[in-house]
Design a binder for this molecule. Structure first.
Ligand code: ADP
Length: 152
């Protein structure tokens, strides 16, 4: 069985992430969305909320799992015996950033990073833009799955 993890902050999950996860399932039998916890980082949504948004977005899809982790992504891969990391690419900035991480990860462990190009329709979406729209009370609902709703 081919399994991959899709690591990130998912603060919150967006339609861009959703698209990569769904398309990841055409390549892998199971995709585990792994929410990285960085104690030095400030998040808009709590870890519990971020987990729930993703679980609810993929309700009834047993091939998608959601976990949280601390530390190096390659250590998580070893721990749960996963050989592939799934990542999305939106633009040249993503490519440069992802290239450095993928090379470093491959130095650390025999793990391949598989990249999927963003869908044209979601290529402009990022969690940081979504947070900005939410902060200033804009309509964020078009940018995220229906499971992501801000408490008033
Ligand atoms: P990070 O904390 O690593 O920035 P994110 O939660 O922002 O994590 O993103 C996780 C992954 O999702 C990254 O590979 C990122 O490139 C990808 N991603 C984010 N938004 C999109 C999008 N709109 N289309 C395709 N991939 C995306």
């Amino acid at each position: 069985m081919k399994r991959a993890i899709f690591p990130g902050s998912f603060d919150p999950i967006t339609k861009g992430h959703y698209d990569i996860i769904e398309r990841g399932l055409t390549l892998f039998d199971e995709v585990t969305v792994a929410i990285g916890v960085n104690s030095a980082k400030k998040y808009m949504f709590s870890l519990e909320e971020r987990v729930k948004f993703i679980e609810d977005a993929f309700k009834g899809e047993p091939k998608i799992k959601v976990i949280t982790y601390q530390g190096l992504t390659v250590d998580l891969c070893k721990e749960i015996d996963v050989k592939f990391i799934l990542r999305g690419l939106r633009n040249p900035a993503d490519f440069e950033f992802e290239k450095a991480i993928a090379h470093t990860n491959r130095d650390l462990a025999p793990i391949e990073t598989v990249f999927l190009l963003t869908a044209a329709s979601t290529s402009y979406i990022s969690s940081s833009i979504v947070r900005e729209v939410i902060k200033y009370n804009g309509d964020y609902t078009k940018l995220v799955p229906d499971s992501v709703r801000v408490k008033q």
